[in-house]
Design a protein around this ligand. Structure first.
Ligand SMILES: Cc1cc2nc3c(=O)[nH]c(=O)nc-3n(C[C@H](O)[C@H](O)[C@H](O)COP(=O)(O)OP(=O)(O)OC[C@H]3O[C@@H](n4cnc5c(N)ncnc54)[C@H](O)[C@@H]3O)c2cc1C
Length: 462
């Protein structure tokens, strides 16, 4: 708990209008997109930072008095990673939202952490360049949050995740020191890759104040195929069939019957509600290759039992299909007062066991689930709609979660592909990582942040 004297000191080092101290204002920063049942602690103060020097001054001050610092972008992570279990100072990065440099010849962009991914994508596209990482909510989530959560998205199958597009980072360390990690060149073999260590570290090691991004040429054309199936097993064998055809789609995404029906109920867009599930395959590349790619994908899907295949190449129609897929979380959220999404990943060869297993476990615990996923990667997102205020439903959720995680591990997978650990999965860490690696992670944390001020009690407790 910060004292009045601490707040008074902060007012001396930061513009007064950039501080939020009222309870009502702080309340908005106690939660993020994770649905957590228990009462959340409020931050003591929220600070809108405008410059690197602002960040340095605040962090230095916080370190002196061991005050927690919680960085925050758009607050859309789904694991409670910017909640404030020990109160403290929330650093809000929405005012550090400038694109500082765009160099189309080098295919790089230098950005502040609060820049929204969609702005990066749009500017890159204006020069026929491409920033591929695309968490489904890329129209609101920030680059700082995406770096900290190692975000992926639908295009990871072909293009990888955030970690593949970070050339260099400028970070503020826990004592306020500024450090540049990486070189900004396409290759770099000088020493340890400390910039990669920051990716996925959930704001627990340092605070990102600038990032230099790698861009790639924008594919000339793209097309989307939607294919419906009467069994989950057939849909998943369709995924493997596409790969056997030596086609490398940008995306292979999945929606089960419940998610199709729920999207159609709340955001009707013409999906076929009769079938068991749907694959959404996007291919891209040269215009001249589109037909061949589409024919081969269709062949693979038909050979694996696809029914009702539709392909679209028109930009607006492609966007409409994606809007349906991206609406799945919002639609599922309308089924009950609360929505909890998860994020397991398994090798693709056992994917249908994972998808069917999620469905069966949720059925066993009487939980409404809409299953979507980036199935090209083996990544499954069960979206569970429930009322967290009802003890029975909460208990069922917790049991279902641990059975889903146990299944993922037994199938050779892990409990987070792209959403991170935050506070949500912290108690499962020792089921996934061996003692030695957790010990080394804690040592790294202590080296970067000896007073434990940076996003405390996330990933693990020290
Ligand atoms: C509807 C919906 C769909 C989603 N779809 C996907 C998806 O397809 N793929 C995917 O990977 N994710 C997905 N997510 C999760 C979300 O997109 C990512 O976690 C995300 O990119 C977070 O960005 P943010 O700006 O909201 O970060 P926040 O939630 O504000 O913060 C996330 C983490 O980053 C830290 N952080 C923020 N800024 C900084 C900084 N400058 N320096 C250091 N640490 C910082 C925070 O402390 C926190 O630990 C989805 C979320 C929602 C709600």
């Amino acid at each position: 708990m910060l004292l009045k004297s601490n707040i008074d000191e902060l007012k001396k080092i930061i513009k007064k209008e950039n501080l939020l101290t009222n309870e009502e204002e702080r309340y908005c920063y106690a939660q993020d997109s994770a649905n957590i049942r228990h009462k959340q602690e409020l931050p003591d103060v929220v600070v809108f930072v405008e410059t690197i020097e602002d960040v340095q001054r605040i962090v230095k001050y916080a370190n002196t008095y061991s005050i927690p610092i919680i960085s925050r972008g758009a607050g859309t992570n789904t694991v409670g990673s910017c909640t404030c279990p020990k109160g403290g100072i929330v650093l809000n990065f929405t005012k550090m939202n400038k694109i500082l440099e765009f160099n189309p010849d080098d295919m790089t962009m230098r950005v502040q952490p609060g820049v929204v991914l969609n702005d990066i994508k749009k500017l890159a596209e204006s020069e026929k360049l491409f920033y591929p990482p695309d968490p489904s909510n890329f129209k609101v989530s920030t680059i700082g949050g995406s770096i900290a959560q190692s975000s992926g998205g639908a295009k990871s199958f072909k293009y990888g995740t955030t970690k593949d597009y970070i050339l260099s980072l400028t970070v503020v360390l826990a004592d306020g020191t500024l450090m540049r990690l990486g070189s900004g060149t396409i290759k770099d073999a000088v020493g340890y890759h400390l910039n990669q260590l920051m990716i996925g570290s959930e704001g627990t090691l340092a605070i990102v104040v600038e990032a230099e991004l790698k861009l790639i040429p924008l594919p000339e054309a793209s097309a989307v195929i939607t294919a419906y199936f009467d069994s989950i097993e057939n849909a998943i064998s369709g995924v493997n069939g596409i790969i056997k055809e030596r086609i490398f789609p940008a995306t292979i995404d999945f929606m089960d019957k419940n998610s199709i029906n729920t999207v159609e109920k709340f955001y009707p867009c013409g999906l076929n509600i009769e079938r068991e599930c749907m694959l959404l395959v996007e291919v891209d590349g040269f215009e001249a290759s589109m037909n061949t790619q589409l024919l081969r994908v269709q062949k693979a899907l038909l050979e694996n039992g696809a029914i009702d295949i539709v392909s679209v190449a028109d930009k607006d129609k492609i966007e409409a299909v994606w809007t349906a897929r991206r609406a799945s979380y919002g639609a599922a959220a309308k089924l009950a007062p609360d929505i909890v999404t998860d994020d397991i990943i398994v090798p693709r060869s056992v994917l249908s066991k994972m998808v069917c297993g999620c469905r069966d476990i949720c059925r066993k615990y009487n939980l409404k689930v809409c299953i979507v996923g980036h199935v090209g990667d083996g990544n499954v997102h069960p979206q569970i709609a429930l009322n967290l205020d009802k003890d029975e439903e909460f208990k069922n959720l917790m049991q279902a979660k641990s059975e889903i995680y146990a299944l993922a591990v037994s199938l050779g997978g892990t409990i987070s592909a792209e959403h991170g650990v935050g506070v949500e999965k912290l108690s499962y860490l020792d089921k996934i990582l061996d003692t030695a690696s957790i010990d080394y992670m804690k040592r790294i944390k202590s080296l970067f942040d000896p007073n434990g001020i940076l996003n405390p009690d996330k990933i693990f407790k020290i």
